[in-house]
Design a protein around this ligand. Structure first.
Ligand code: GUN
Length: 283
């Protein structure tokens, strides 16, 4: 039995989508019909499912969407040409290149080809630079989702010790920056495989966020009683079942914890659409 309060990202995402639907209605009344495109290269069953959910969310809140699929062996120049076409298409207001990519394609090259104004993933160096500069810009979606979830439950962050496990480009690195910006003011420690004394940092943390993709990496005995624990990393066991970074016994020790399945994914998608709507609301 979990004693901790479950951080219900799915419920928060429902509220965010309802708010987005009314903002989309207002945009339509001013003659703007938002349109999102996804670019999926090759066959990848998890990506297929993620992209399908993004399009379902668009349909729910009144955003038109285009589902562009390219073959797994596409020439890099041809992939760049597709991105250039989306940049130039005035009917598409934002798009993303679904990751991971086939091995012969360089993700950074493709991300840097996206027009920063249409980069609703917030992964273009211009937008990441604006994040570091604390300037307005499109922010990466999973970091926004995690911050919104912590805020929704009034989990104190200012001056508190937040440990992030995993330094990936999608979550760990931008999240460390987002949480330490003025206005949020967390004291962030970013742990990774080379970190010495990870156990001491985790044991002292008020908030632990795991984006490592290591099964049951964070266990109840490792955390401070009363901490908040957020799991975003996932992996798959031998039977193909999804496994959380957060072990089941964390719920006995933490005050707040994300459920072991779901929660942050739906919120991440809500922030993707929020980025699109926000970009369109700019004068
Ligand atoms: N693959 C897994 N997560 C993401 C994401 O947030 N954006 C993109 N483009 N691909 C992903």
């Amino acid at each position: 039995m979990t004693k901790a309060l479950l951080l219900d990202g799915d419920a928060l995402a429902v509220r965010l989508r309802a708010d987005l639907a009314s903002r989309v209605t207002a945009l339509r009344q001013r003659g703007h019909s938002p349109c999102l495109a996804t670019l999926l290269i090759g066959d990848h069953s998890a990506s297929d499912a993620y992209v399908a959910r993004k399009h379902a969310d668009c349909a729910e809140i009144g955003i038109t969407s285009k589902d562009i699929r390219l073959p797994h062996d596409i020439d890099p120049q041809a992939a760049l040409a597709e991105i250039a076409a989306l940049n130039a298409d005035p009917s598409v207001h934002g798009f993303l290149v679904q990751l991971p990519l086939p091995d012969h394609l360089d993700a950074q090259t493709l991300i840097e080809a996206v027009d920063p104004a249409k980069d609703i993933d917030g992964l273009h160096p211009v937008n990441l630079g604006r994040l570091v500069a604390a300037a307005p810009g499109l922010r990466p979606c999973t970091p926004q989702a995690i911050l919104a979830l912590l805020r929704a439950y009034n989990i104190p962050l200012a001056g508190r010790s937040v440990v992030i496990v995993g330094r990936g480009a999608l979550v760990g690195r931008p999240l460390a920056m987002l949480l330490s910006l003025p206005g949020t003011d967390a004291t962030v420690t970013l742990l990774h495989r080379q970190s010495a004394n990870s156990a001491a940092a985790i044991a002292a943390a008020d908030v632990v966020i795991s984006a490592a993709g290591v099964p049951d990496l964070i266990r109840g005995a490792m955390i401070k009683p009363g901490a908040a624990v957020v799991g975003v990393g996932i992996s798959y066991d031998a039977a193909g079942q999804m496994v959380s970074d957060i072990a089941a016994d964390v719920g006995q020790i933490a005050r707040w914890v994300t459920p072991r399945h779901g929660s942050v994914g739906a919120l991440t998608r809500a922030f993707l659409l929020s980025n699109l709507v926000t970009a369109m609301e700019q004068p």
